[in-house]
Design a protein around this ligand. Structure first.
Ligand SMILES: Nc1nc2c(ncn2[C@@H]2O[C@H](COP(=O)(O)O)[C@@H](O)[C@H]2O)c(=O)[nH]1
Ligand SMILES: [Zn+2]
Ligand SMILES: [Zn+2]
Length: 581
């Protein structure tokens, strides 16, 4: 994928202040190692990031300070680089592993599909050895034993420069959607387990200068799991700095848990490198700086005091950028299917006001209606029960991953917008007055996190991929749009000063409605991934009419008997080939 887009190089930047110990965090990269070709502020690729880490480490060492690198998981699902191979992640993991991390862990996206977990456990875990840890996620190995998904449940190590003793742990949020090889023990249970408390007892009696929790869970204040964990850690380490690194909710965030405990979260999709520096660890008032670095060469050169790209690039970084181009060519990611006439936004346009720039409205009105019952075997009867029925096609918005930008719509764009492969199910002949209730019931329900259960999550945190609040005071006239973060330290965390992006709530599910008339029943088509949630909503909609509910469920079947490769991504491609030439 040729690097056609460098950043503007004329943005106004804030500086980082290097401390005694410094951290760079990535999380929820979701395979975005090629860089964002449609967004110049995130146009750096993983090779550029490797050069940045090397140059920044030189700078830290020149100032007699440490640099640690952490990654908090979700390295799959969201980009053709990770999702076009089988199992997904073959190429993207190869590129990711070019960078050495000091602590790395898993996210929920390493755990949905068995083959992905096996690839991760058999290649990424051995590559990182003791640096790969999981405290509450276990993997069922080939001997039938549950072992930590990593080398261990913790890492205890000494930093290179200051010789700080670091005790690192890692936690995943209470995720219940893992495949048969995965066992996640909720934090609320782990903190009561004798084995875990003995581990804390053992290390609270060793020299520890810093406790690091590198996990895949949001750092926002209302995330109770972190509060529960922090109370226990504070009991065993009353005066030690406890630093959390979180992820999963795809936002930039920084929270203060107490005067010696902080939490950093660094966005998603290689848009952000999270930076944190801590100084005077043994004092009560810790000196710190946090910044959210835009993933581009202007930021990377600025923070490492390089004035030219040629001077900045390292040999290793250039090699990885070339490898990325080769893989992109091999996967044909630049194969174009058309030119999108304008941008469509997932959270940047208001679904509820029918904004024509809403990606979700575009899907409801033009993309989901492209789905046809695909009969793969000649002896299959068309499953659509009657040509006269109305039809609804319903999907979870968690399956729509990113905006769709004006310009070239290519093979990678398909995966960037929606990478998942699911089968289509259909509830046939649903009375129209019941069918119209399904979407509003689901949108009042809990966030759809996995196939087998709902999570009672505060959807305002998860469904708007941008920052929780915006009150940027900046003079927005000459600034460009970009992320403007408000966190516990105020609104100066972004390294690049932007004009705030609009952000709107995103519903749990969206649906098309090909309406015949109010007398005709409706065929409701939906992803098998959300089957449990749809049946739960149907039960609510049927109310006391148990007979109706059971008769409808008895007619539940596959809408097509074969997997439509990549689902709505394929429908989007079909639309582009027809309408965007
Ligand atoms: N329709 C599908 N949605 C899926 C699938 N696997 C995951 N998901 C959705 O992803 C988000 C979680 O992503 P994260 O980056 O926030 O952790 C959640 O909304 C899931 O519903 C799938 O196979 N099909
Ligand atoms: Zn994620
Ligand atoms: Zn996640």
């Amino acid at each position: 994928q040729p690097k056609t887009r460098f950043p503007h190089f004329d943005e106004t930047l804030r500086d980082l202040s290097i401390g005694d110990i410094n951290f760079l965090q990535t999380t929820d990269t979701h395979g975005w190692y090629l860089g964002h070709i449609n967004q110049r502020q995130y146009s750096a690729d993983w090779g550029d990031f490797i050069s940045f880490v090397d140059r920044f480490r030189e700078q830290c060492h020149e100032q007699d300070s440490d640099l640690l690198l952490v990654d908090c998981g979700d390295r799959h699902d969201g980009n053709g680089l990770s999702d076009l191979t089988s199992p997904n992640g073959v190429y993207s993991s190869e590129v990711f592993m070019e960078l050495d991390f000091d602590v790395i862990t898993v996210g929920n996206h390493e755990l949905y599909v068995k083959e992905v977990s096996e690839l991760e456990y058999n290649t990424v875990v051995p590559r990182y050895g003791e640096k790969f840890i999981s405290t509450n996620v276990e993997y069922l190995n080939d001997n039938g034993e549950y072992v930590p998904f990593g080398n261990s449940t913790y890492r205890y190590f000494t930093t290179d420069v200051k010789k700080y003793n670091v005790f690192a742990l890692s936690f995943l949020f209470d995720f219940t959607g893992g495949n048969e090889r995965i066992r996640v023990t909720p934090i609320a249970e782990i903190v009561k387990q004798k084995q875990f408390l003995e581990l804390l007892e053992e290390f609270s009696n060793k020299p520890v200068d810093l406790v690091a929790v590198v996990g895949h869970l949001p750092v926002s204040h209302d995330w109770l799991e972190t509060e529960v964990l922090h109370q226990v850690l504070r009991r065993y380490f009353p005066n030690i700095v406890i630093q959390y690194f979180g992820g999963h909710s795809h936002i930039r965030d920084f929270t203060i848990l107490d005067n010696k405990s902080f939490a950093l979260q660094s966005g998603r999709y290689c848009e952000t490198v999270g930076f944190l520096s801590l100084s005077q660890l043994d004092q009560d008032n810790i000196d710190l700086d946090r910044k959210y670095i835009d993933f581009n060469l202007q930021s990377f050169l600025h923070h490492t005091n390089y004035s030219t790209v040629d001077g900045f690039n390292t040999k290793h970084g250039l090699q990885v950028s070339q490898r990325l181009t080769d893989i992109s060519n091999e996967l044909n990611l630049s194969e174009t299917f058309g030119v999108a006439p304008h941008s469509y936004f997932l959270a940047g346009a208001d679904y509820n006001s029918n904004d024509p720039n809403s990606l979700l409205r575009f899907f409801e009105n033009h993309i989901l209606t492209q789905l046809e019952p695909k009969i793969c075997h000649e002896n299959m009867d068309p499953v659509v029960s009657s040509q006269n029925n109305s039809r609804m096609v319903l999907i979870n918005t968690g399956s729509i991953r990113y905006d769709l930008y004006k310009g070239d719509f290519n093979r990678n764009s398909q995966f960037i917008v929606s990478p998942f492969k699911n089968k289509w199910k259909v509830l046939q002949n649903v009375p129209a007055d019941v069918a119209v209730q399904i979407q509003p019931i689901l949108n009042r329900g809990p966030y759809i996190m996995s196939a087998n259960s709902a999570n009672q999550l505060d959807t305002s945190q998860l469904l708007s991929p941008y920052q929780r609040a915006v009150n940027s005071q900046m003079n927005a006239n000459r600034l460009r749009y970009g992320q403007t973060t408000v966190d516990d330290l105020g609104n100066d965390g972004d390294d690049t000063i932007h004009k705030p992006l609009p952000k709107f709530q995103v519903p749990n599910v969206i649906r098309s409605y090909e309406y015949v008339d109010k007398l005709q029943p409706v065929d409701i088509v939906f992803y098998d991934f959300i089957e449990r949630h749809v049946l739960w909503a149907l039960q609510q909609a049927c109310g006391d009419d148990r007979l109706l509910y059971h008769s409808l469920v008895q007619q539940l079947t596959f809408y097509n008997d074969c997997e439509l490769e990549f689902n709505v991504g394929e429908l989007l491609k079909k639309y582009a080939l027809k309408n965007w030439q």
